[in-house]
Design a protein around this ligand. Structure first.
Ligand code: COA
Length: 441
């Protein structure tokens, strides 16, 4: 049975040499992280592993070198500087593969899980709330579980339940979860949303990745019918379509009628929506991101974004050159799953340009000069050190505000032509010249 205690006593279970899992997204258990780091002087070589988290990450501070090492499976804003400065490490991995890493004997077998759960119900079950993702695997295999028990954690359905007897140290907590508010969409994002919506038919099952573009796509779908959601994550954009009756899930091949996701990121309104809602099933990532599951949906549409794409169709979504920016995430899981689905559509949607960063030698890196403070995200070759997140053999549709390029089954020359046609007009001439120099055209 759980021992109820305060934060400092709870984290006493962590010993030197342990591997500690930290739950992520809105559920990031910051008070437990702070209590753990408060014990830092007496701990050595504690390894932390986590996906996308919010809030301060004090164990990445230089003063804790030798005490804590963060091995991140995704590089979010709160650890970007530390990871690029060598104070945290990054592991490129398909999210569908993470649960197996956490199992006993796995490469990242978990000793202790730090989580945040809803209070036990009348049967003694707490819920993992808004982040079931890889947390399910972590709590299933961890030797010890330390939990904040917080009435603000939504009691979600699906595979989210954890009996209180499985928790070793429980701390009563009543604090808000992290919330991410929607930003208004700009004209470019709206145009991309509209272009992507042209590729989506009624009855489609959708996966939406992270960032503003998924929201723009959802906003462009309000006249569609009977859409379903099977995604690694979703945000507030989905709520509007549920309220309008557009998302019904009635044509889903499996999990009919259900919105299936492994975590959510959004406002309190979204957290309230998933609370005790039988329409929403929160499932682990070895289910949501499993290509064997994804391919079963008829007309599965996966929409993900990218930082850079070369003229042959190689997609970089993880880094800006050598600078680590995010992670593999579920991009490849869903791109491949959608490609295998009957009439499936894997889509990469990105703005054609980005702001040019002063001091970065774009001309040398990608053979294109910035124009009016903008650089092209469609480039002759990827920047030095850029990671290929989706290979050119996996890519099907690329969408910008200028149109749609269908690349699947096309040779390198055709790919270059189609990608140049959806690049920003001021870069097309330079791209064409580079494509000739590279013998693509
Ligand atoms: N060169 C230089 N800077 C670039 C750039 C490029 N090629 N591309 C983007 N940037 C800059 C942008 O200007 C922006 O900077 P700013 O915030 O200072 O304006 C920043 O990088 C982020 O770009 P943006 O396009 O706004 O990112 P986003 O929030 O839409 O996220 C990804 C895009 C690719 C990072 C995001 O989709 C991701 O993490 N993908 C990987 C994981 C994944 O796909 N998971 C899917 C399931 S969740």
């Amino acid at each position: 049975m759980a021992t109820w205690c305060d934060l400092d006593s709870a984290v006493e279970l962590v010993e030197s040499g342990h591997r500690v899992f930290v739950q992520g997204a809105c559920a990031t258990p910051t008070p437990l992280i702070e209590a753990l780091v408060g014990r830092g002087e007496s701990l050595f070589n504690v390894e932390i592993t986590q996906l996308h988290t919010y809030g301060p990450m004090p164990y990445t501070d230089e003063r804790w070198r030798g005490h804590f090492l963060l091995r991140a499976l995704f590089v979010g804003e709160n650890i970007r500087e530390a990871t690029n400065a060598g104070r945290a490490s990054y592991t490129p991995i398909f999210l569908s593969d993470v649960p197996a890493l956490f199992a006993p004997g796995g490469v990242l077998a978990i000793d202790v899980a730090l989580i945040q759960v809803s209070p036990p119900d009348q049967h003694g079950y707490c819920s993992l709330g808004s982040s079931v993702d890889v947390t399910r695997a972590a709590v299933d295999s961890a030797r010890y579980i330390i939990a904040l028990v917080n009435p603000n954690v939504p009691r979600t359905h699906g595979d989210s339940f954890l009996h209180i007897s499985r928790i070793d140290r429980a701390v009563q907590w009543d604090g808000p979860l992290y919330e991410v508010e929607r930003r208004p969409l700009n004209a470019v994002q709206k145009k991309i949303g509209h272009n992507v919506a042209c590729l989506i038919e009624d009855g489609a099952t959708l996966q939406m990745g992270i960032g503003a573009i998924p929201d723009a796509v959802l906003q462009a779908l309000s006249n569609h019918r009977d859409l379903g959601i099977h995604s690694e994550m979703f945000s507030d954009g989905v709520l509007d379509l549920v309220e309008k009756g557009v998302i019904t899930g009635t044509r889903k091949a499996i999990d009919k009628g259900k919105i299936v996701s492994s975590f959510v990121v959004g406002s309190r309104r979204l957290l309230d929506f998933i609370d005790d809602n039988p329409q929403v099933a929160m499932r682990p990532m070895d289910y949501t991101n499993n290509t064997l599951i994804i391919r079963q949906f008829e007309h599965m549409v996966a929409v993900n974004s990218a930082l850079q794409i070369d003229l042959t169709g190689q997609i970089c979504a993880e880094s800006i050159g050598t600078y680590l920016y995010s992670g593999v995430g579920g991009q490849m899981d869903f791109m491949r799953g959608a490609a295998l689905s009957p009439r499936g559509r894997p889509i990469i949607a990105l703005p054609a340009t980005a702001r040019s960063t002063p001091g970065y030698d774009y001309e040398k890196e990608v053979m294109l000069t910035p124009i009016d403070g903008q650089i092209s995200r469609i480039v002759p070759v990827l920047a030095h050190g850029a990671a290929v997140t989706t290979s050119r053999a996996h890519v099907h549709y690329v969408v910008t505000e200028y149109g749609i390029a269908e690349l699947h089954g096309r040779d390198l020359a055709e790919r270059a032509r189609r990608l140049i046609a959806i690049a920003a007009p001021q870069f097309r001439e330079g791209l064409e010249r580079a494509a000739h120099n590279l013998h693509l055209l």
